[in-house]
Design a protein around this ligand. Structure first.
Ligand code: GDP
Length: 305
């Protein structure tokens, strides 16, 4: 996809450039090449743990295949990265209008302010609606003055209704009403926004825990998905946020936003591996259609050009 290629253009140029430099002028893959490759991956925000795993895999292949050219090394790297991404996302994304097991399918969206959470909810609403799903939004980020207004605007853009009780309302009450409204209207999907104040882990845990609990009272097993939204352009900072959130709530999928315009796309490779949580969507722009279901094969192809 052209949009995906444009979206990861900077990451691709950065990564390929670094890899190119690390293997330039060498005929075979030696310890120094691997060392340089390791530096290239780490500085592309792949993350230390994942980088070491990738290097170990390549080392094993080099030991087995003995003579490897630069082109082959790039091909191996590509294969190993695709393979690594597969561990957390074994199935390629299905058609979007796949049957949901629950009605409504309740999605709780978490993440700190500014990462693109509201935008992502708007984009998701658009995506689901286009797939013929009936969507209801819930404005349970009642802490920030602008959050409810922003979500309302996105609801209008996507053409889906929103349940809100204004600023300072009890977030759990909004979440409860949202799921109840979705259920009574026969909606397919409820997307619930939440406040993401990370300064106090205990209060965050309590608040998210309470929201989660009340939703489960309205419909069985809700929330069925907990999506954590992270700003890919913040690199290792996103990794830290991800670790903090996965400690307080059972995140089932990641959304990495702002992949357009960043050279830190290596984070996509490392983050799901490090947390054992799949990347489900990526944000590649500010417009409503700029959200893509994460397709690891297309991503690796876009990353390696
Ligand atoms: P929230 O505070 O987490 O709800 O963040 P917002 O949804 O308000 O987004 C913060 C800013 O990031 C806005 O200016 C968005 O337009 C922008 N943004 C969100 N997602 C993306 C993306 O995928 N790419 C780009 N370039 N900008 C994005």
């Amino acid at each position: 996809q052209e949009k995906l290629e444009q979206g990861v253009e900077k990451s691709r140029d950065g990564l390929l450039n670094k890899i190119g430099k690390s293997i330039a002028g060498k005929n075979t893959v030696d310890a120094e090449t691997l060392d340089d490759l390791e530096d290239a991956l780490i500085s592309s925000d792949v993350g230390v743990k994942t980088t070491i795993e990738i290097i170990d895999r390549i080392e094993a292949r080099v030991a087995r295949d003995k003579f490897i050219t630069q082109n082959e090394l790039q091909q191996i790297l590509r294969e190993e990265i695709a393979d690594l991404l597969k561990e957390n996302r074994p199935e390629q994304p299905a058609e979007f209008d796949a049957d949901f097991q629950h009605k409504p399918h309740v999605v709780m969206v978490v993440g700190v302010n500014g990462v693109g959470k509201t935008t992502t909810i708007g984009k998701l609403a658009h995506l689901y609606k286009n797939a013929g799903k009936l969507v209801v939004l819930g404005a349970a980020d009642t802490f920030r003055a602008a959050a409810v207004d922003q979500l309302t605007i996105w609801g209008e853009r996507a053409g889906v209704p929103i349940v809100q009780q204004g600023q300072n309302a009890d977030p759990a009450a909004v979440a409860f009403d949202t799921v109840a409204a979705a259920k009574s209207r026969g909606a397919d999907v409820a997307l619930v926004d939440t406040a993401g104040r990370l300064h106090n882990k205990k209060s965050l845990m309590e608040e998210l825990g309470k929201i989660k609990r009340v939703m489960g009272k309205v419909t069985d097993g809700a929330p069925h998905e907990i999506l954590l939204v992270l700003d890919a352009s913040t690199g290792q900072n996103a990794m830290q946020q991800a670790k903090a959130f996965t400690e307080v709530v059972d995140v089932t999928g990641l959304v990495l936003t702002k992949l357009d315009g960043t050279a830190k796309g290596g984070i996509v490779i490392g983050i799901s591996n490090e947390l054992s949580v799949p990347v489900k969507y990526i944000g590649v722009g500010e417009k409503i259609e700029d959200l893509q279901i994460f397709d690891r094969v297309a991503f690796v192809n876009a990353l390696f050009g």
